[in-house]
Design a protein around this ligand. Sequence first.
Ligand SMILES: CC(C)=CCC/C(C)=C/CC/C(C)=C/CC/C(C)=C/COC[C@H](O)COP(=O)(O)O
Ligand SMILES: CC(C)=CCC/C(C)=C/CC/C(C)=C/CC/C(C)=C/COP(=O)(O)OP(=O)(O)O
Ligand SMILES: [Mg+2]
Length: 279
Amino acid sequence: MSVSAFIRVTRPHNAVVAGLTALIGYLIATGTLTPPSLLLAVIVALITAGGNVINDVRDVEIDRINRPDRPIPAGEISLAGARAYAAALFVGGIAIATLTTTLCLAIAIMNSVILIIYAVRLKRTPVLGNAAVAYLTASVFLFGGAFAGIEGLVRNLSLAAITFLATIARELLKDAEDVDGDAAGGARTLPMLVGVRKTGIFAFACACGAVLVSLLPSGDWWSLFYLAGIAVVDLVIIFGAFRGVRCTTPGCVRESGATSILRTGMFAALAVFAIAAVI
Ligand SMILES: CC(C)=CCC/C(C)=C/CC/C(C)=C/CC/C(C)=C/COC[C@H](O)COP(=O)(O)O
Ligand SMILES: CC(C)=CCC/C(C)=C/CC/C(C)=C/CC/C(C)=C/COP(=O)(O)OP(=O)(O)O
Ligand SMILES: [Mg+2]
């Protein structure tokens, strides 16, 4: 048992970026950051970390094939220890959320429940599982906006829609990459049902939807800078998703780099949103 394993199992980069994204959500909804809004980052980081840990608990058999280096399949953390750790992260996040608003607390509780249901069941449900991860990712912007009330949440709806569609596209392509390990672990995913090719086409259509919504005028932060920045990001997203379209095998999707290109595009979009909110 090592401290490093307990940090790694939370996927710290992912949790920290999710926390910072909540701040971007608040910034976009209000145009400013206040000291209490910093709590949003801590809550989202803790709940995302809890979701990542419980995911690795449930996926231990799949990860023995797909990701044997992860702390649980590698034997660095016991299953019982990881379960208790995930519970502590969720309870910590929800406890801090009681210091925010009722709307934020409701989202924090609902998302914690969805993260657990995802790990236990939804991951094995084609499309619905992908939709759950896409909702969770998009909800970070809604959570940030909700700290400014229902109006703040509504202001971030288009951002959430863009994120939802782009995340669905990437999650489907990740499933296409992982078909072999997922099949061995008993998961059922869209590429197992309709094949890699059709999954790639559907993912491309979702990416195109995200790009279309990203170009629609919306909110105070919409500017010439935003349009120029997002146009470049949109090209990266289209390029990444297009690389997945041509594939008929999991190996081809992995070699195409589609999911990495999409991740780069999504992080670049975050930067464009953050800068557009402050200039
Ligand atoms: C068309 C267009 C402009 C799309 C951009 C959509 C957008 C703004 C995406 C931002 C999503 C994002 C990076 C959110 C950050 C916070 C978060 C919830 C991260 C969780 O997952 C991040 C990453 O996809 C995980 O990577 P991996 O572990 O390799 O699956
Ligand atoms: C707004 C609040 C309060 C919380 C947001 C919670 C967030 C950010 C969730 C983001 C999406 C996310 C990181 C979900 C965690 C579950 C997870 C690790 C899904 C991916 O798991 P698998 O489908 O098993 O893929 P892996 O191969 O990466 O394990
Ligand atoms: Mg997993």
